[in-house]
Design a protein around this ligand. Structure first.
Ligand code: GDP
Length: 326
């Protein structure tokens, strides 16, 4: 298969690994950075190198270089495109709403217009987010819970939901969109609360946090990417939802990590968000596959990585591959 993945953060790197071990032809569309490559992609490429599978094609471009993105898609005739690249961190979106929309939303139009005109059989995956539910009107959320976004990031993801629906309904394109709840791993960037907690506690014995009462549902990103890839490969286009069904607060998470590695946490009110999307969890029975890893497993995996440099994503995905599950 020919696969295009946008972005090079946690999810893009995991999908790159997952498709390379299937021997697929993988192209990654990402920004050229001064330090060459994201840490996540560097780690994935080093693992692939040991298997002589590191022949990943990189196309450098910005997601807001719409013409370039359009051309890459139009010329590539891909079987699957995972549009993972995004401004994916909520806080900066409050200060940069316009660029958040330019990166997250308009790039999807560039991809889908190219698919519509040049390769209408291509399957396209769009990453929505539990943030679309904002201050959720129902707990747990379901596929029928109304959208209620409370940040420019969440509004951009809500727009993607409508864009996705539009291309499915009007142009009959094979678009898959997933409302995924928080998913973390040893490849998570340190700006997200889970990695911030684990890294700071292991390395400095302390961490300073904002709203520790926020409740989230944290799954394991490699498991989510495997479920997504399988759904895109084998199920019908449409909207899907994916969570573990287990709600935990940031306080629960930090206290669990402290119980394993020691240390203390502090609160700094300047780290609070204008509004926090809270109590985000879904009806797990609506997921295409119910995830097995829950937040404590994820914390353990992250601690192992930060303390010992031990990765889990590669062994886990290779095992799924051997069992013909991806
Ligand atoms: P998000 O759910 O995609 O925004 O993922 P994050 O990991 O950034 O945030 C998860 C939750 O942790 C949010 O509700 C934050 O308000 C809360 N939180 C509390 N303290 C912190 C902190 O110091 N950093 C981050 N990133 N989030 C924090």
């Amino acid at each position: 298969m020919r696969v295009l993945i946008t972005g090079s953060g946690q999810d893009s790197s995991i999908l790159t690994f997952l498709h390379k071990i299937r021997q697929d032809d993988v192209t990654v569309y990402t920004r050229r950075r001064s330090d060459e490559m994201s840490d996540q992609m560097k780690l994935v490429l080093s693992k692939l190198k040991t298997m002589e599978l590191n022949n990943v094609n990189f196309v450098y471009g910005d997601l807001t270089d719409y013409q370039n993105l359009f051309n890459v898609v139009a010329n590539g005739k891909y079987d699957i495109i995972y549009h993972m690249g995004a401004q994916s961190f909520v806080p900066p979106s409050y200060e940069n709403p316009i660029s958040t929309h330019m990166v997250n939303e308009l790039s999807a139009y560039a991809i889908l217009e190219a698919v519509r005109k040049h390769s209408p059989e291509t399957k396209v995956f769009l990453a929505l987010s539990s943030e679309v539910f904002g201050l959720p009107r129902q707990i747990p959320q379901t596929l029928d819970t109304p959208f209620d976004p409370v940040s420019p990031y969440a509004i951009s993801k809500t727009a993607l939901a409508y864009i996705s629906e539009y291309y499915r309904r009007v142009w009959k394109l094979k678009v898959y969109d997933f409302i995924t709840f928080n998913h973390e791993s040893e490849l998570r960037g340190p700006e997200f609360v889970t990695m911030k907690i684990v890294k700071n506690l292991v390395e400095n014995g302390k961490v300073t946090l904002g709203n520790v009462n926020a409740m989230k549902d944290w799954g394991y990103a490699p498991e989510y990417m495997a479920i997504i890839a399988n759904t895109v490969m084998h199920n019908e286009p449409g909207r899907y939802i994916l969570c573990t069904g287990e709600l935990a607060s940031v306080k629960d998470f930090v206290e669990y990590v402290i119980s394993k590695v020691g240390g203390r946490y502090y609160i700094d009110p300047s780290l609070f968000r204008p509004i926090d999307a809270n109590r985000m969890t879904c009806n797990k029975y609506q997921a295409p596959v119910i995830p097995r890893f829950t937040w404590r497993d994820v914390a353990d995996i992250m601690i192992k990585f930060v303390k010992e440099g031990k990765t889990t994503f590669d062994e886990y995905l290779i095992k799924l591959r051997q069992e013909h599950e991806i």
